[in-house]
Design a protein around this ligand. Structure first.
Ligand SMILES: Nc1ncnc2c1ncn2[C@@H]1O[C@H](COP(=O)(O)OP(=O)(O)OP(=O)(O)O)[C@@H](O)[C@H]1O
Ligand SMILES: [Mg+2]
Length: 255
């Protein structure tokens, strides 16, 4: 059995007032797993990713990422750890507007001291794989939303992170591009042993994962292998059923 890469223990994040963004989550992610996280808007998906990345600190409970607790690290140590080990793909693109797509992809590699020629070769390889090779010379404001998203993904993957935390990375893509990205992520886990935690609203994306987590009101209400699902429709039906059963058990009225 492979080792744990991410563990959370009774993890809670409360915001002032009554918001329980995360309300006691226990999770054990093993090396090489591709995990999808689903749940309604506001269920705590992004909060979970932000906590694991050390972008925000828990109200209580504990997180271990490769055996280290991000909440106990200094800001400097955390930044270095994140840069070396964790790749983040979040909803906002954060591309630098006055740089070309290629220059944006090069930034983290150059920051890590990679030689420009090697970095450029890696950028080309990723652009080819993501289908944005023709766009490398363009500036972000001349790219489509999906192309910007793929540039962001190329930039993140350029350092070959051990752990990839992705928050709806295919949210702005057409279904063909979206499936293409899933293939790339799937290959990263299978061949390169990368660990992926991916938030998505799309069953067609989640079905690529090995394990599906469902969050509801800050709680993990399901943790299931996806091998039991024959296709995305089957997964979507199981998702609906799980959420409805949970709602009935909690005695909530149908919406
Ligand atoms: N900085 C904050 N201050 C106050 N409340 C917050 C903050 N960040 C998140 N929340 C609240 O915590 C809850 C969970 O938010 P989160 O962003 O994790 O949801 P999500 O599952 O990612 O939703 P979506 O699918 O819409 O992205 C929400 O009710 C949200 O309003
Ligand atoms: Mg979110």
């Amino acid at each position: 059995m492979s080792s744990s890469v991410i563990q959370t223990f009774e993890l809670k994040k409360y915001y002032s007032g009554q918001t329980k963004a995360l309300d006691g989550v226990d999770l054990d992610v093993r090396a090489g797993e591709f995990i999808a996280v689903m749940g309604a808007s506001g269920s705590g998906k992004s909060t979970l990713l932000h906590l694991i990345a050390g972008l925000t600190r828990p109200t209580s409970g504990r997180i271990l990422v490769e055996g280290l607790d991000p909440a106990s690290m200094s800001d400097g140590a955390l930044t270095r750890f994140r840069r070396r080990r964790i790749g983040l793909v979040f909803q906002s693109f954060n591309l630098i507007p006055h740089l070309t797509a290629q220059e944006n992809i090069l930034i983290p590699m150059l920051a890590e001291g990679k030689k420009r020629k090697e970095a450029a070769a890696r950028a080309e390889e990723l652009a080819e794989a993501l289908g944005i090779r023709q766009q490398l010379g363009q500036h972000p404001d001349t790219l489509s939303g999906g192309e910007q998203q793929r540039v962001t993904l190329a930039r993140t993957l350029s350092l070959n992170p051990a752990i990839l935390l992705a928050d709806e990375p295919t949210g702005n893509l057409d279904s063909v591009s979206s499936q293409h990205i899933c293939e790339i992520l799937d290959r990263l886990c299978r061949n390169a042993g990368r660990t992926i935690l991916l938030v998505t609203h799309e069953p067609a994306v989640a079905v690529w994962s090995q394990r599906l987590l469902i969050l509801k009101d800050g709680k993990l209400i399901a943790d299931m292998p996806t091998s039991q699902f024959s296709d995305a429709h089957h997964l979507a039906a199981a998702y609906q059923e799980t959420v409805e059963q949970n709602r009935a058990a909690a005695g909530e009225a149908e919406e």
